[in-house]
Design a protein around this ligand. Structure first.
Ligand code: SF4
Length: 209
């Protein structure tokens, strides 16, 4: 029979957890190793409502806004990598079908409903979606070179180049996160301390305020 620790390490990791890990590894420790009861914060509620807002917005526009004329839109796409044991739901995938001269292409889009532009941790998450999308849909490895962040409520689209460096950052973060799950070592706090006062785990992080 597997111990609680074995179960935790074997569980698939969500791509959104990898994003969270690159922003503040302690949040994942609080959620996975030491589950606390926390109340839903306004930020968590915003995240849940983002999908509805995205579908409402995207229904009335065409791929031209992303400079991808003729792209098909797929909402809330389930993605998985057996190799990395990572799963995720990508808010939107834009697909350009194969033609006589070009292979099938896909572009992940992530909606972001917080202020501050397309941040480094969202870029890492999009690199993860690119990897998962290539593996789930059988696309050529490293063929996805472009993704987008859709900033709401301003409705701004930010292109994010998917570089090899970003891909490496995602895979390294997956490894580091799994190592934390194995050892249960309490990680360092986020470097972005201005977010701590609004964090649902701040009362369990005694050294940040
Ligand atoms: S309070 Fe700060 S360091 Fe602690 S989990 Fe939240 S964001 Fe991370």
């Amino acid at each position: 029979m597997l111990s609680d620790e074995d179960e935790r390490v074997r569980l698939p990791i969500a791509a959104s957890e990898v994003r969270q890990w690159t922003f503040c590894p302690r949040v994942i420790w609080h959620r996975r190793v030491m589950p606390h009861r926390v109340r839903e914060t306004p930020k968590m509620e915003l995240g849940r409502n983002a999908q509805t807002a995205l579908e409402r917005l995207e229904k009335r526009r065409l791929g031209a806004r992303y400079k991808l004329v003729g792209a098909q839109r797929h909402f809330n796409v389930r993605l998985e990598s057996d190799r990395l044991a990572v799963r995720g739901f990508c808010d939107l995938v834009l697909e350009l079908p194969e033609t006589l001269t070009t292979p099938r292409h896909a572009y992940p889009v992530e909606v972001k409903r917080t202020r501050g532009g397309a941040s480094a941790h969202h870029r890492v998450q999009l690199a993860g979606y690119a990897i998962l999308l290539e593996e789930s849909w059988g696309l050529t490895p490293n063929s996805i070179d472009q993704a987008f962040v859709l900033l709401l409520p301003d409705d701004i689209i930010v292109p994010v180049p998917i570089t090899l460096e970003l891909r490496d950052q995602f895979e390294q973060s997956v490894q580091d996160l799994r190592e934390m799950l194995r050892t249960e070592r309490f990680p360092n706090p986020t470097k972005h301390r201005s977010f701590c006062p609004q964090c649902e785990y701040v009362r369990f992080c005694g050294d940040v305020l």
